[in-house]
Design a protein around this ligand. Sequence first.
Ligand code: B12
Length: 142
Amino acid sequence: MKVLAVHPSGLMYTRVFLRLEPLGLETVAAVLRAAAHEVRLLDSQVESHRDLERLIRKWRPDAVCFSGNYLANIPEIIDLSKAIKAQWPDCFVFVGGHSASFTAADMLRHYVHGPAGRKGRKGRKLDDATGSFVDETRMGTG
Ligand code: B12
């Protein structure tokens, strides 16, 4: 399976002085590679959302995963997940990392209904989306 692992953008003001090596995501990528998956990593601290879209369009991954270790990144992860699913409905999107794990229920609520609590796209049920957000325990990396 082709898996694209995405680290979200740097936090506000950090671009000037701090870029983190995406250690957690690299660990996940290593586990996936050891299980014979083909993995690419995109780091949004240094690459743009346009680069992400371009890579998905060109490489067509079966799955895209995000690392959610900072709460501040969660709105971006939800927006990108929605954009990817809207364009490539067959692409499996999932999120891991501790901040995603302990906000999983809220992430799903926002993913399905949007930030203002509006109803999601017609026909999309919570059940359809649950497969799109899994935590690292269910991935079996822990
Ligand atoms: C080391 C560290 C730093 C280092 C960063 C080093 C680096 N390269 O990442 C430094 C000192 C630079 C740093 C800075 C900051 N940090 Co810091 N940091 C940590 C710390 C102690 C460990 C992170 C780490 O490297 N873990 C090791 C890696 C291998 O594990 P991991 O990233 O957690 O990934 C594992 C899992 O989460 C999971 N996983 C991760 N991604 C994914 C994706 C998928 C798909 C799956 C399935 C699983 C998965 O699997 C991985 C392997 O087990 C954590 C606390 C902690 N104990 O986790 C705080 C922590 C992440 N930091 C925190 C904060 C607040 C900050 C700062 C904002 C502090 C500040 N005010 O400046 C800055 C922001 C930096 C930035 N983003 O720009 C908070 C985040 C709070 C939150 N929930 O939003 C934490 C949780 C500490 C805390 N308890 O408050 N930090």
